[in-house]
Design a binder for this molecule. Structure first.
Ligand code: PLZ
Length: 451
């Protein structure tokens, strides 16, 4: 078997050679064949960023069908935080798969779902009685958090922020800010969703207190606290541009919610599970949300999501009011239990902080010598650079796209984000080594210099 034989490479995990290896133009011939079939067979709306077909992944690499090995700085959008095909996770999945694959938790419950709920209740911030419910995707968790908040308050309105992202289902499209590609042409959207500005220090120049006052005044005048069930906020906005709010913004909004009987929902689908160097980003800002939505990193790639929060709020839905055929599927729960063990016991918080140190230092150094990088921001292994026209500060989406594309062509998976499409975000798996991370950043730096 040769390196270009995909069968030689189908075993993934951390024992895959940790190297960047670009043997062909991307896509290579085998990937090109699969991608051609994709465009014939798969709906055009399901696009892709990296033009290769994956056959294995682990540590800090994704290997394609032609034997190319790409440095992974995206973790499948912040999912494979513990590392792809992590041995503990893979073993847990295999063991569960031969035991039973499904009963439906609403029909015959099983222990692993309860284990995951207990872990979520214990690990999420807030020293109060909590309960959890499990679902399949981040969007589904958000939908259910809103259902629970409405039932609990008897109110209907929900506030989300400018630049917010909460999913692609009908309610979560309404909560999501950006039209293209997420919403355009897909309306009408769910009613009683309102949007206010949040805190975007690089662009609004406001202190956290000023930004919170602006948001709260709009909420009071345009919606009225008495009508408001919930405010939903990503503690660090993900798809919207890795926007870190100014200090004091989140605590002020949480305090206002508490004073007004409004449920504060932290959407930690992207920020949760060690990504930011804390188990949950809410901890960084000193807030204790009433409800927290989780997904992505929780189960290392298996579809699992959760809503966790104050027991009296979580219990406000009547028996049978929450559920779904697959929510808390036993294989996904087995993966989550293994991944949570890794998060808690294998130094993941420390590793996220170390990776954050490298990312921030390298990107800040680039910014110091290149005014096209307007801002570098983030926490832990969730860091981004915002690209601008140095003369005007206007977002430069063309430059951003060109840099990302050039890096990908050289075997480094980077993702863009941002309302204005002018942010490159770094979300490496925590299993990546320093050398590979630095090599990936070297290539991004060279792509920027050449652009
Ligand atoms: N809330 C904060 O980041 C998913 C979306 C990618 P699902 N983000 C990646 C895309 O283009 O679809 C996300 C998120 C936050 C909710 C979601 C939705 O999670 O598991 O994709 O439904």
């Amino acid at each position: 078997m040769t390196l270009t034989d995909p069968l030689a490479l189908t075993a993934g995990g951390p024992s895959l050679p940790q190297e960047r290896r670009v043997l062909t133009a991307l896509p290579g011939p085998r990937s090109a064949e699969i991608l051609a079939r994709k465009s014939d067979a798969v709906a055009a709306g399901v696009a892709h960023t990296v033009p290769v077909a994956a056959v294995a992944a682990g540590g800090g690499v994704v290997v394609d069908a032609d034997g190319n090995s790409l440095i992974d700085l995206g973790s499948g959008i912040a999912v494979t935080t513990v590392g792809n095909a992590h041995p503990k996770v893979a073993a847990a999945i295999a063991a569960q798969a031969v035991q039973f694959t499904h009963t439906c938790f609403m029909i015959s419950p099983y222990e692993s779902y309860v284990d995951v709920a207990e872990a979520l209740n214990r690990l999420t911030p807030g020293d109060f009685a909590k309960k959890s419910a499990l679902f399949n995707s981040g969007a589904e968790a958000v939908e259910n958090a809103v259902k629970i908040a409405r039932k609990h308050t008897g109110r209907q309105a929900v506030v989300a922020l400018d630049h917010g992202y909460h999913g692609r289902t009908n309610l979560t499209m309404a909560l999501t800010a950006k039209s293209m590609p997420y919403k355009s042409g897909f309306g009408p959207f769910a009613p009683e969703v309102y949007r206010v500005p949040g805190s975007y220090p690089f662009r609004d120049g406001l202190s956290g207190a000023e930004a919170a006052a602006r948001a709260i005044t709009l909420i009071e005048k345009q919606i009225g606290a008495d009508n408001l069930a919930a405010v939903i906020i990503e503690p660090i906005q993900g798809e919207g541009g890795f926007i870190v709010p100014a200090d004091g913004f989140l605590p002020a909004v949480v305090d206002w919610c508490r004073d007004n009987g409004v449920v504060f929902i932290a959407d930690e689908v992207q920020t949760g599970f060690a990504r930011t160097g804390a188990m949950f980003a809410s901890e960084i800002f000193g807030i204790e949300p009433d409800l927290i939505t989780t997904a992505k990193g929780i189960a290392a790639g298996l579809p699992l999501a959760g809503v966790t929060g104050r027991a009296e709020i979580m219990d406000s839905a009547h028996a049978g009011g929450l559920g779904g055929t697959y929510g808390g599927n036993p294989i996904a729960c087995a993966a989550a239990i293994a991944a949570i063990d890794v998060f808690e016991n294998d130094g993941m918080l420390e590793r996220a902080a170390q990776i954050g140190g490298i990312l921030t230092a390298r990107l800040e150094a680039m910014r110091a010598s290149d005014p096209r990088i307007g801002d570098v921001r983030g926490h832990g292994a969730m860091v981004a650079a915002e690209f601008v026209d140095p003369a005007t500060g206007a977002p430069d989406a063309a430059l951003t796209g060109a840099v990302a594309k050039a890096a990908i062509a050289q075997g480094v998976i980077v993702l863009t984000c941002g309302t204005f499409g002018n942010v490159i975000r770094f979300l490496p798996p925590l299993a990546i080594g320093d050398d590979l991370l630095n090599e990936g950043l070297d290539i991004v730096a060279a792509a920027l210099a050449a652009a």
